[in-house]
Write a protein of this length. Structure first.
Length: 124
């Protein structure tokens, strides 16, 4: 009965991913509760996390309900594959992409917002 949470995560995740044979769930118990560490094929990370993290959040919510039934605190940790983009790496990549887009645009703005506001006040 103690491994119900692990079996549940494996079942749900294997139904979502393209490579179910690469799904690995490791269960650790300590004074904080149960920690399930999920490892999937790098190509399946997007499916597990979902748009804006919704899929991962849904799995965690279901685990919370299961944990409540078992009187245990259950947490899910999704293990990032080697060379993957973590949250900070993704933020830096998005920042670099924005910078590149701005550089491609090339032209400096002819006026600033401050100038536009000044022009509006001068017209009155």
């Amino acid at each position: 009965m103690a491994d119900n949470d692990k079996a549940f995560v494996e079942y749900v995740v294997k139904a979502i991913v393209e490579n179910p044979d690469k799904v690995k769930v490791e269960r650790k118990v300590d004074e904080m509760g149960v920690l399930l560490e999920l490892t999937v094929d790098p190509s399946d990370m997007g499916k597990i996390i979902g748009k804006e993290g919704r899929t991962a959040k849904a799995i965690r919510t279901l685990l919370r309900v299961l944990g409540a039934q078992l009187n245990a605190r259950v947490n899910l940790k999704i293990i990032e594959p080697e060379g993957g983009l973590g949250r900070t790496s993704m933020a830096n990549a998005e920042s670099a992409e924005t910078t590149e887009t701005a550089e491609v645009a090339g032209d400096e703005p002819k006026t600033t917002t401050k100038d536009d506001l000044k022009d509006l006040s001068d017209e009155e």
